[in-house]
Ligand binder design. Structure first.
Ligand SMILES: [Zn+2]
Length: 241
């Protein structure tokens, strides 16, 4: 539950539809990664203690539900605070447009002029856009807010919980389906293969080195699983669990 990335970045206001979709994809991949690693870590830890299937099932369900809810809450809080500040800016801009229309037209003209357009052309652009949708034009030019880009906190929360569940179900199903002597090694292998896949996808989405991104996430997952397995095995042999 490390990354609360919502797919929205205040420093990248002017996103195309494709960039927006890629951001959602990246957020989904990160959520799935969290699900794969944290649920697998719990399962491998519990299986490492040598307890039976009932304990593995119960702890796996707890890890799935707890992790998904934690993702949803984190995402809801972070997207809510962002959308609250956007709503406040939109309300302020709407009020300024209603009370100071000519100052606002000058302001919009100046913003286009600052991009290197002649005054006459900037004025014409400002007049035409103001006639069409003054609020949209001001939000985009002044504040970098795209009215189509505002993410609902509920949607973001639901999407990251779902991504976590999809990721977490993989180690959950594998651990329960595979018989005892193979449980841990097969879960380990399935998790590393899934992380290699999500690492490749997110490296491709982010445009970074595929091999390096994949290596990082696979190594991170391997360390997490090895650590929880070691702790579980220690607890099992010392009789704590
Ligand atoms: Zn304005």
């Amino acid at each position: 539950m490390s990354d609360k990335d919502t797919g929205q970045h205040p420093d990248e206001p002017h996103q195309s539809g494709l960039a927006r979709r890629l951001n959602w994809l990246r957020a989904g991949v990160l959520g799935a990664n969290d699900g794969i690693i944290s649920v697998a870590a719990v399962l491998v830890g519990v299986a490492g203690t040598g307890t039976g299937t009932a304990s593995i099932l119960a702890s796996g369900i707890a890890a799935l539900v707890g992790g998904a809810l934690s993702m949803a809450v984190g995402e809801y809080v972070s997207v809510s605070s962002q959308s609250d500040s956007e709503k406040a800016l939109i309300a302020k801009e709407r009020q300024e447009l209603a009370t100071l229309p000519s100052e606002e037209l000058d302001e919009l003209t100046a913003l286009y002029e600052a991009q290197g357009i002649s005054h006459a052309t900037a004025r014409q652009v400002a007049v035409e856009l103001t006639a069409k949708d003054a609020l949209r034009a001001h939000l985009s030019a002044e504040l970098g807010i795209d009215l189509d880009d505002i993410v609902s906190p509920w949607h973001a929360a639901g999407a990251s919980a779902l991504a976590f569940l999809i990721g977490g179900l993989l180690p959950f199903i594998v651990t329960l389906a595979v018989p005892a002597p193979w449980k841990i090694p097969v879960t380990f292998a399935a998790v590393l293969a899934a992380l290699a896949l999500t690492g490749t996808i997110s490296a491709r989405v982010g445009g970074s080195s595929k091999r390096l991104g994949t290596l990082r996430v696979v190594l991170g997952g391997a360390i997490a699983l090895a650590a929880t397995f070691a702790i579980g095995a220690l607890l099992g042999t010392t009789g704590v669990a």
